[in-house]
Design a protein around this ligand. Structure first.
Ligand code: GLP
Length: 261
């Protein structure tokens, strides 16, 4: 079962997630981080940047892999995930840009971009801790409903719901690319530790499906139930549809200290 931690707000969630990452880097300075985009992980990146600065931590050996990228957007488009990861994580945290990878969404070579990305992750020895948000339709990364649990990094077609949700980052919904390249569910499940964050009522149903629903390709987030080490961090609103929330609170309150993060 995933460990579910219900927190008061996004700042508290960011604090916990950042400390999970910091603990990983402390144990392994060349840690490999799985980086998510979207609005959800922003408080984590802010807290991480602050802690790295305050403690003068050396993060020059840390490596990173983004979850996904739009297909066909120029690399320097402000909403390409390469730009977003650079702006939200690499620059503020002070990571070494040459060690941060994003799937290549350029049309030239797109047929082998997924396999190339899998090769880079394997060369790095795999991902230690993978940050995840969740879409309102239950997607993780850009694995839309129906994605195979055996899937690796590949091109997917975005659902209309996801394109609507992401239209806020573009001038017009029609500007949201139709295709993306995303780590697969099997790629995500290979990471050492999954940290899934969810905030707000709009995520309540998707989160409940992921944590407690039937394990089904129709609900990609439910893949987390197949992973032995998952931390779900949610605010009260996102946790509001969880049936066993009182047990999760009880379990977290009585967590043995030796277990650490
Ligand atoms: C996006 C990303 C996901 C993200 C999700 C939720 O489309 N591809 O990685 O988790 O949708 O986004 P947000 O955090 O902005 O709600």
């Amino acid at each position: 079962m995933a460990e579910v931690v219900v927190v008061s707000d996004q700042e508290a969630a960011g604090d916990l997630a950042a400390h999970i990452i910091l603990d990983t880097i402390r144990r392994r300075p060349e840690a490999v981080l799985g980086l998510a985009t979207g609005s959800t992980p922003l408080s984590t990146y802010r807290r991480l940047a602050q802690q790295v600065k305050e403690r003068s931590l050396d993060v020059s050996h840390v490596r990173g892999f983004a979850l996904d990228e739009y297909v066909g957007l120029p690399h320097d488009h402000p909403e390409s995930y390469r730009s977003v990861i650079t702006r939200d994580v690499v620059v503020p945290v002070g990571l070494n840009p040459s060690q941060i990878h994003v799937p290549d969404g350029a049309l030239a070579g797109i047929e082998h971009a997924g396999a190339d990305y899998e090769g880079s992750i394997a060369d790095a020895g795999g991902i230690d801790v993978q940050l995840l948000g969740i879409g309102t339709d239950g997607h993780i990364g850009f694995n839309e409903p129906g994605s195979s649990f055996a899937s690796l990094t590949r091109v997917k077609t975005l659902s209309e719901q996801t394109r609507r949700d992401n239209a806020r980052f573009f001038d017009d919904q029609d500007d949201v690319p139709m295709h993306c390249i995303t780590q697969g569910l099997a790629t995500i499940l290979r990471a050492g530790h999954l940290v899934l964050l969810a905030f707000g009522e709009g995520k309540a149903e998707a989160l409940a499906g992921a944590v407690e629903g039937p394990v089904s390709a129709s609900n990609p987030g439910s893949a987390i139930q197949l992973h032995p080490r998952v931390t779900v961090i949610a605010d009260e609103a996102a946790a509001s549809a969880l049936r066993h929330v009182e047990y999760y609170r009880y379990a977290y309150a009585h967590k043995p200290s030796w277990q650490g993060f």
